[in-house]
Ligand binder design. Sequence first.
Ligand code: ZN
Length: 195
Amino acid sequence: MRLNAYEQILHEFKDWIIKHSSKIIITPKQHITNIDLRAINQIWQINYIKTASSQLRGISCKGISHNTLTLYGAIDDIERTHLWLQKWLKQRAKEILIPWLQQLSVQHNLPFNKVSIRGQQTLWGSCSPEHDISLNYKLLFLSNEKVTHILLHELCHTKHLNHSQRFWALLSKLDPNCKINDNAIRKADKLIDIF
Ligand SMILES: [Zn+2]
């Protein structure tokens, strides 16, 4: 297929754009005041207190029904507070998603090699031929059932590295609501833009 000059340039940079697009951050115009971690039924209220410090520091307070995270310091820089929260979310994802994946892996006898947490723009997760699994920290924003479905999806790729009938047969065995969950994820959840 022949490309015009503009398409040619886009084509040449395609790999670069895909590689780096996960690093493009949409800057919010105002402070984020609520984070709903649906995966674990936890809502966090985010407070901001300006101090003379040029740094940012966060103190979290977990309650029975109410959790607060207070950011202190140079809070006027909204992009910086956003990046701080992104890091905080990645850390939560490590604590929550990794043991979750390990538990499902043992339960269903689907061993994997390594797991990493990322912030992809277009993928909830992936599994490499070496059985390294990567998970998107934004999974925390999905319901518990959908997260389980996606984790099982990646684990099934350790047996079938494709979306063949055998892959879907295995996933359906582990997740009886496989079809419903898969459709719901495709339809509803374009990755949450703000993070
Ligand atoms: Zn897949």
